[in-house]
Design a binder for this molecule. Structure first.
Ligand SMILES: [Zn+2]
Length: 468
């Protein structure tokens, strides 16, 4: 080594000795980590869960003059409808008893309506047809739908709003929730609107269809054979995959962002999530609603009750699981949304308002948040880029504040990253393994009626992998 090099090396050594190294900041006490976790846990149980189950007070007949949805009246109808028992398409219960009960109610609503202001047409439509579903031909004959056209007197509008639900039920199920509660909600909405002096632009078709469960026949029959079908420009579909509680907006569109504007404005108790839409439309859940048929012809909303999903399509889908408050929640929302949509100018030319996909979710049931998919992508990429940048800044900071070189920090970081990836894969694999074992012994969904069992069965394996 030459003198010059020796000199430079000495200078480097000297300067490195003179660098004032900052002392690393004092570590946060260990219990802060648990406190942080506890805070979010408490917030979830103290705010999110109670708000999820919070229902409005049920209106009684004493409120009948206020032009509001009366849960007591809807409940009385549900009592009669559920007591008929299972109403499978083709049975006497479906084609005679349920049909006659609904028709009797409709005639009473028509008789009590403001006939100087509104027109109500009631008809029973019988149709036959067929459609291809996957690899088989789905045929039906003589399926009965009750079609009610409700319009402001002398209306000449040729754009209608369709509101649909079904009164048939799955085999063995009284169908109190699926979709009895939605049928009585529709009856009550019609009753309130037809007795309130509030005009609306677009005629409303209340379609009470008699065949959904066995292959979406009623909805298909209406769309392919009924004279009013071509005028329907938007749909509100009402369903159930559970019983009691709130109804969730789990599908909207497709590709009609303006619909969410109406939901945000008119839903009294918003509960919506685009995540449910993604899961449902991915095909993971082997189920369909009439919305599948309608959405081929027009945009709209698909609502469903979903709490206590274990009663779905079983004999336990009975009246005693549906509190009046649950009917009030759905009724408040649907009455308001139907009123809003029946005046929507977008209905005159829905094609002109076709847009991209919307991301939507409610915030604690207080308000609805929505933005276009493009914004969601920018937001997600932005957050991801900021996170990566922060990781590098953090590594640089670690090395600058300690004796450790940046190389060492990076090596350590890669090691931690690999460990994280392994624990991520494990946290996916372990719950799948547990589910596989349960399936193997014919015990699928055994946790369904006792949701907290999921914590032991699935959350614990995830936590074990995460702590690995
Ligand atoms: Zn259903």
């Amino acid at each position: 080594m030459g003198d010059k090099e020796q000199l430079m090396s000495d200078e480097c050594l000297e300067s490195s000795k003179n660098v004032v190294r900052k002392q690393p900041a004092a570590k946060v006490p260990w219990y802060f980590a648990n406190g942080f976790l506890l805070f979010w846990g408490l917030l979830f149980f103290a705010v999110v869960i109670p708000r999820m189950y919070k229902l409005p007070q049920a209106n009684t007949m004493e409120d009948a003059k206020k032009g509001v949805f009366i849960a007591e009246r809807a409940y009385k109808n549900l009592y009669h409808l559920a007591n008929i028992g299972p109403k499978v398409t083709g049975t006497e219960e479906n084609e005679v008893q349920a049909l006659n009960f609904i028709l009797k109610e409709l005639e009473a609503i028509k008789a009590a309506s403001l006939q100087d202001l509104f027109d109500i047409e009631i008809e029973v439509a019988q149709s036959s047809g067929a459609w291809v579903r996957g690899t088989y031909l789905n045929m039906y004959q003589g399926v009965q739908n009750i079609v009610v056209k409700f319009s402001t007197k002398n209306s000449t509008s040729e754009t209608y709003l369709l509101v649909n639900s079904h009164f048939d039920s799955g085999p063995g199920s009284p169908g109190a929730a699926d979709a009895g509660c939605m049928v009585v909600t529709m009856l009550e909405v019609l009753r309130v609107m037809s007795t309130t002096r509030q005009r609306f632009d677009h005629p409303i078709i209340f379609l009470l269809n008699g065949g959904e469960e066995l292959g979406l026949h009623g909805g298909h029959a209406f769309m392919t054979t009924h004279r009013y079908a071509k005028y329907c420009k938007a749909v509100i579909n009402l369903e159930a995959a559970g019983s009691g509680g709130k109804e969730v907006l789990f599908q909207s569109g497709p590709r009609h962002a303006w619909l969410m504007k109406y939901y945000k404005k008119f839903a009294k108790h918003p509960l919506a999530t685009a995540m449910a839409e993604e899961i449902y439309q991915s095909g993971i859940i082997p189920s369909n609603t009439d919305f599948t048929t309608f959405s081929k012809y027009m945009p709209g909303f698909d609502f469903a009750q979903f709490i206590n999903g274990y009663v779905y399509h079983t004999k336990y889908d009975a009246l005693d699981r549906i509190p009046r408050e649950s009917l009030q929640n759905t009724g408040d929302n649907i009455l308001s949304i139907v009123r809003g949509m029946a005046n929507a100018t977008e209905l005159y030319d829905t094609a002109a308002y076709k847009s991209g996909t919307t991301v939507f979710f409610d915030f604690l049931g207080l308000t609805l948040v929505q933005y276009p998919l493009a914004t969601a992508k920018n937001l997600n990429f932005g957050v991801a880029a900021a996170a990566v940048l922060l990781v590098f800044i953090s590594m640089w900071r670690m090395s600058s504040m300690s004796e450790v070189t940046i190389c060492n920090v990076i090596v350590r970081f890669i090691l931690v990253l690999v460990l994280q990836l392994v624990s991520f894969v494990l946290s996916l694999a372990l719950p799948v393994a547990v589910a596989y074992v349960f399936d193997m012994f014919g015990m699928s969904l055994t946790y369904y009626s006792t949701p907290w069992l999921m914590i032991c069965l699935y959350v614990c394996p995830i936590l074990c992998s995460a702590s690995y």
